[in-house]
Design a protein around this ligand. Structure first.
Ligand SMILES: [Zn+2]
Length: 238
């Protein structure tokens, strides 16, 4: 981004591509290809090329994407592609992620939701090196975005519960990060939603059977959980 401005400026002074190349190498110790200089000078595209643009402005959609990535979502680096992937059984969940991701990346249309036979799940996949970099951080760095306003808090909680929540007799949320769950509890408390205390759900070293493949896995980490108290369920829904 910094070199781009400089290259455009030098070109404005009437320097040739070769002269620009030499000036940048001399002053900034970066050797740019003449083809790159040509593309920048002629304004075909800027240094971010055709990358999906992303700026970390707090919006409910960004809060939702953060909630998903801290839950069920995955960040992958695949060759030159920085991917954001969600694979889930719930189509509505995939749809909402697709909508929010597209909004965050300024895409006109939501991402395609495809059915994966292999995963037996709905898959949404987007890619953006900038958003990937933003999301590939310690969760505490997202607090400012999450707590931006009530709508952002709500969107984050909805995404996290869409990912990690389950309801049978109780509305439970579970995750391996104890401190993250404490934070979710605090957000709920701020909204006058009461929860039970945090407890260890399943312990590291115990086994887990994949109901689909029948394979047995060993849990590597402790899992923690808490539930929303009965008297706060309607408040939670609201
Ligand atoms: Zn907000």
């Amino acid at each position: 981004m910094q070199l781009y401005g400089r290259v455009r400026e030098l070109s404005g002074f009437g320097l040739s591509y070769r002269q620009i190349q030499e000036a940048v190498l001399r002053n900034r110790q970066v050797r740019l290809a003449k083809s790159t200089i040509s593309v920048w000078v002629n304004g075909l595209h800027g240094p971010t090329g055709r990358l999906n643009s992303f700026r970390p402005n707090p919006t409910p959609e960004l809060a939702y994407v953060i909630g998903v990535i801290l839950g069920d979502g995955n960040l992958n680096i695949h060759g030159y592609n920085a991917e954001l992937i969600l694979a889930v059984t719930d189509h509505d969940f995939a749809e909402e992620f697709s909508r929010c991701l597209a909004k965050v990346l300024h895409r006109e249309r939501p991402y395609k939701i495809r059915w994966s036979e292999r995963k037996n799940r709905w898959v949404v996949q987007g890619s953006s090196i900038l958003l990937h970099k933003f999301l590939n951080c310690e969760w505490r760095s997202f607090k400012k975005c999450i707590e931006h306003c009530d709508r952002c808090r709500g969107a984050f909680l909805r995404a996290f519960y869409d990912s990690e929540g389950s309801i049978s007799r109780k509305l439970v949320v579970s995750n391996t990060r104890r401190d993250l769950l404490r934070y979710v509890q605090k957000l709920l408390k701020d909204a006058n939603i009461e929860t039970t205390s945090l407890r260890v759900d399943t312990s590291a070293g115990t086994s887990l059977k994949d109901p689909r493949t029948g394979r047995i896995y060993l849990r590597r980490k402790d899992c923690f959980q808490f539930s929303v108290r009965m008297q706060s369920i309607s408040k939670f829904a609201e």
